[in-house]
Design a binder for this molecule. Structure first.
Ligand code: ATP
Length: 298
């Protein structure tokens, strides 16, 4: 289990991380969200032991993070930490041995992963000659070669086509099943929705929203109703509690203040021919935009 307790970090007068706490259980995928400059990379660097926090502590399975346990942390970041002049095999041996594996163990894992990522013949290719997507796969393999206890994934799908995104997703789920704690950061909310049970949302280094995704969605009162039918936009707009109505080619997207508005909407339009009426949870993307907007206005 990863435990982050009250960490803060300033660069000069700028507070990049401000009293942040969260825990990630074994086998949990945790989302660290925030706009550009919110403090995610700084948080990752503190967790990885690359940067000292001014205050607070980080422990992995009860141990303070220092050089004795950084081998148990794998990370995939946007800046690729690849050794471009090496071959795939040389790079994996380099990182594997640094993490305390024998060469034999590295080669066994390497064959498994190259096969799994559908590049079995790539071991003798130079990293610099690989496509961006294949470099990303090698970076991922370097990070998970020794079955880390904690895996940090910062925009891990950058540069991957949909087939490779799927291969990587399945690999992440398998690591989760092994009990690996995973922190995931992405600006693509559909990936966060798919992966994370729990999340924290940072604005200027401070957590403004945290908890289980299902609770966050439930507590965010605004809902959407998707309606297909013969009414006019104005019929919907005049209903009390309706925030906005967007007409799309096939249907209306109606944003409402809360659940209690649903029967009023239904009542007001039931005289029309309705082909579809679905109440939907808000998307994480919507919640992200609304919450970050509110926090920035304060
Ligand atoms: P992004 O999504 O763009 O990667 P981020 O959430 O990872 O952003 P950080 O890189 O942690 O954000 O940056 C947080 C704040 O700290 C930003 O205002 C950034 O400009 C500042 N910052 C980061 N590193 C340094 C540094 N070495 N010196 C001074 N300021 C820094």
């Amino acid at each position: 289990m990863l435990k982050v307790e009250h960490i803060s970090k300033s660069y000069g007068s700028l507070k990049a991380v401000d009293d942040l706490s969260f825990t990630v259980q074994d086998g949990e995928i945790f989302g660290l969200l925030g706009e550009n400059g919110a403090g995610k990379t700084t948080t990752f660097r503190i967790i990885m032991g690359l940067l000292d926090a001014d205050e607070g502590s980080v422990t992995l399975n009860g141990k303070k993070i220092d050089y004795s346990i950084t081998d148990q942390i794998g990370f995939v970041t946007e800046e690729r930490s690849l050794l471009l002049k090496m071959t795939v095999k040389e790079q994996l041996i380099f990182y594997g041995v640094l993490k305390g594996m024998s060469e034999e163990e590295v080669l066994k894992e390497m064959d498994h992963w190259l096969e799994r990522f559908e590049i079995p013949d790539y071991k003798d290719r130079k990293i610099k000659e690989l496509s961006k997507g294949n470099q990303q796969k090698i970076q991922f393999i370097s990070a998970v070669l020794n079955h880390p206890k904690l895996l940090i994934l910062d925009e891990p799908f950058t540069g991957l086509d949909p087939i490779n995104v799927q291969l990587l997703k399945e690999a992440v789920w398998d690591l989760q099943k092994e009990g690996c704690s995973i922190i995931f950061s992405s600006h693509q909310m559909e990936h966060i929705e798919l992966f994370c049970e729990k999340l924290v949302l940072l604005v200027h280094g401070k957590s403004i929203l945290e908890g289980y995704v299902k609770d966050i969605k439930h507590d965010y009162a605004k809902k959407n109703i998707l309606i297909q039918g013969d009414m006019k936009k104005s019929d919907l707009e005049k209903i009390d509690g309706v925030i906005s109505v967007v007409k799309e080619p096939q249907d209306y997207q109606v944003k409402i203040k809360n659940d209690e508005v649903v029967p009023h909407v239904f009542e007001a339009i039931k005289k029309y021919k309705i082909r579809k009426f679905v109440v939907e949870e808000p998307t994480l993307n919507e919640i992200f935009i609304a919450k970050v907007g509110e926090a920035n206005e304060k």
